[in-house]
Design a protein around this ligand. Structure first.
Ligand code: MG
Length: 204
C-alpha cells in the first residue's frame, strides 16, 4: 500500500482506491522531470494521490477546475450534493472542499489550484508537463478541448491519464473513451496501464 497523509476515503469523489494508487505510482515515476497537471479537481481526492507523488518528487501539481460542478453535479442530477451548494451564489462551489482537503493533507505548498475554464487556461499555457490527468466534464466538446488543448504540453516520456474510459457504451458516457481512442490512434502514445476506468498512456 502507498502512504498518504490522510485517508482518501474521507474525501468526496469518484476515484476508486485502485485507480488512485495507480495514479500515485505512475506519477512518481515521471514527476521528477517537472510539474504535473490535472483537469477536474472537484474536492481533491485525485489531487491527494497525485499531489503526494509530486511532493515526494519535489515538484508541484496544478489542479484546474471552475468549481461549479459538472453537468451531473447540478441540482436534480444523480451526483448533486447539497453540502456543496453555495446559497449566496445560487451555484455549486467545490473550492472550499478542495482547500480543506489540501490543508488537512498538508499539500497547500504542493498542489496549486487554478480556478477557471480549462480551454482558456490551456490557450495561455507554456510549461511542459510530466503527467496530465484528464478527469473533467464528460461532454464531448469539453473532453476534446481538454485533450487537444493540454496533451501537446506533455513532454516526451511523460504520461497522459484519462478517467471514466468505458469501451462499452452501456457502462458510461463516450467522451473519455473517444479521447482515449484519439490518443492511441495518433501514434503519439502507448498504453502502460489499465485500472478499472482509468487508462494511463506514455507519450513517445
Ligand atoms: Mg472521473
Amino acid at each position: 500500500m502507498i502512504d498518504l497523509p490522510i485517508d482518501p476515503e474521507t474525501v468526496k469523489g469518484f476515484l476508486h482506491p485502485e485507480e488512485g494508487e495507480a495514479l500515485f505510482r505512475l506519477t512518481a515515476t515521471v514527476a521528477a522531470e517537472g510539474p504535473c497537471l490535472e483537469i477536474g479537481s472537484y474536492c481533491g481526492k485525485s489531487a491527494l494521490y497525485l499531489g503526494s507523488a509530486c511532493k515526494q518528487a519535489g515538484t508541484i501539481l496544478f489542479s484546474i477546475d471552475h468549481h461549479r460542478g459538472s453537468e451531473e453535479h447540478q441540482p436534480g442530477w444523480d451526483y448533486f450534493d447539497a453540502r456543496l451548494w453555495d446559497e449566496a451564489a445560487g451555484m455549486v462551489d467545490t473550492l472550499p472542499a478542495l482547500r480543506r482537503t489540501l490543508r488537512l493533507a498538508d499539500l497547500e505548498g504542493v498542489v496549486v489550484p487554478i480556478v477557471g475554464n480549462s480551454a482558456s487556461i490551456a490557450a495561455a499555457w507554456k510549461t511542459p508537463l510530466s503527467f496530465l490527468f484528464i478527469d473533467g466534464s464528460h461532454t464531448l466538446e469539453s473532453a476534446l478541448n481538454d485533450y487537444y488543448g493540454w496533451s501537446p504540453h506533455i513532454r516526451f516520456g511523460g504520461m497522459l491519464a484519462i478517467h471514466d474510459v468505458f469501451p462499452r457504451p452501456e457502462d458510461g458516457g463516450r467522451a473519455p473513451y473517444e479521447i482515449y481512442r484519439r490518443a492511441l490512434d495518433s501514434g503519439d502514445y502507448s498504453e502502460v496501464m489499465e485500472v478499472r476506468s482509468l487508462r494511463i498512456l506514455v507519450r513517445q
